[in-house]
Design a protein around this ligand. Structure first.
Ligand code: PLP
Length: 396
């Protein structure tokens, strides 16, 4: 089982730094912000007050109540207590759901480009990812008819992820309604709506989610979110989901026999995040939006790099097909993986190559990093690209 390319790239950057190399890493979707103090304070109180025992597998009553309230307030989704679950990050929620339902040979339809964990988890479970290519000219939104055409009797899941990692695509409600329409006849297919970046829509618009747009599909939709990206809490490992009780019961069994419940200290922090002052969310969103706009323009002005401004999340996904592809040292860069490797080795900028997300030749750059790191990465990338040798016969 391969290590996810995002994790491998981040580990490589860390290893080179440990050797004393000066590396700027734009690999992980890791907010540079510290977790807001009122959230940290709640964890401290929980630890001090003895919330240090094994937690219930599905989540503490306080966090489950806060999750239900959040879904109601923000997404207009009503879940009963047996329809919500808390896991070790959205990643584990997704793993629980797939492990509870997939058997070898089952298919999972994934719009491409995609977050690399979906196919990796599916393959780990013996299932087959079926990719539906999304057109860059259509804003990387999946074509509803193409999604429906990819469904077979073996399809068990279809994944939706807006705002998208890695493209930042945000799905307008009207397009989501068309997707719902296309999926409606396929009653055997579960819908996984991964809304982890729901608060990172750069113009501040609310994120439409399919279970709210098409309530008749709610009985086969799992709506996933968490606190990692919204509240700068990646290390606390809290994700959550709402969906049909029978699916959630099966997910709880997977979680119970794998990790058990999440640390009650982290859960207390997540309660403070969901129920406390929300101004930190808007502040961070504005900062990411500014960085995305600024650095999309900066990277896009490097000759040969095309870098559209994303509508959401915190990644840039520039296309590098117009760049020359031989380094000054004479090294031929045949793929985006070669490019990312040379950029790391020769310029000290760690990125993730586009092929890891299903589309080449691209790079993924996280703008969740500090502005100073982004400025340094931009200056180094511009120098690196300017020094590439041009041979019109050579293309990515
Ligand atoms: C699309 C997507 N879903 C889920 C996750 C996982 O989030 P968590 O930190 O809650 O496990 C990520 C993390 O990068 C992501 O990009």
């Amino acid at each position: 089982m391969p290590l996810a390319a995002t994790m491998a790239a981040a580990a490589r950057a860390r290893a080179l730094r440990a050797e004393g190399r000066d590396i700027v890493s734009l690999t992980l979707g890791e907010p540079g912000f510290a977790t807001p103090p009122h959230i940290v304070e709640a964890a401290y109180r929980a630890a001090r007050d003895g919330e240090t025992k094994y937690p219930p597998i599905r989540g503490t009553p306080a966090l489950l109540a806060a999750v239900r309230e959040k879904f109601q307030r923000e997404n207009k989704l009503d879940f009963s207590p047996d329809q919500v679950i808390v896991g070790h990050g959205a990643r584990q929620i997704i793993y629980d759901a797939l492990a509870a339902t997939l058997e070898p040979g089952c298919e999972i339809v994934i719009p491409s480009p995609y977050w690399n964990a979906y196919p990796l988890i599916a393959r780990m479970l013996g299932a087959v990812p079926v990719f539906v290519e999304c057109d860059e000219a259509a804003g990387f939104l999946p074509d509803p008819e193409a999604l429906a055409a990819a469904i077979t009797p073996r399809t068990r899941w279809l994944v939706l992820n807006f705002p998208s990692n890695p493209t930042g695509a945000v799905c307008p409600p009207s397009h989501l309604a068309r997707i719902a329409e296309a999926l409606r006849p396929h009653r055997h297919v579960w819908i996984l709506s991964d809304d982890i970046y729901e608060h990172l829509i750069h113009d501040g618009a609310p994120n439409p989610t399919i279970a709210a747009i098409a309530p008749d599909l709610a009985d086969r939709t799992l709506t996933v979110s968490g606190v990692s990206k919204t509240y700068a809490m990646t290390g606390w490992r809290i994700g959550f989901a709402g969906g049909p009780a029978r699916l959630l019961a099966a997910m709880a069994r997977v979680q119970g026999q794998s990790t058990g419940g999440v640390s009650p200290i982290a859960q207390a922090a997540a309660v403070a995040a969901l129920t406390g002052d929300q101004s930190c969310v808007a502040d961070m969103r504005r900062a990411y939006a500014e960085r995305a706009a600024l650095f999309a323009e900066a990277f896009g002005s490097i000759p040969g790099l095309r870098c559209p401004r994303p509508a959401g999340a915190f990644y840039l996904y520039p296309r590098i097909d117009l760049l020359p592809c031989r380094t000054q040292g004479g090294r031929r860069l045949a793929t985006d993986a070669d490019f990312a490797e040379a950029l790391l080795e020769e310029a000290g900028v760690a990125t993730v190559h586009g092929a890891a997300f299903g589309r080449s030749p691209h790079l993924r750059l996280s703008v969740a990093a500090e502005p100073e790191a982004l400025e340094a990465a931009h200056a180094r990338t511009a120098r690196f690209c300017a020094a590439l040798d041009h041979d019109p016969r050579e293309r990515f």
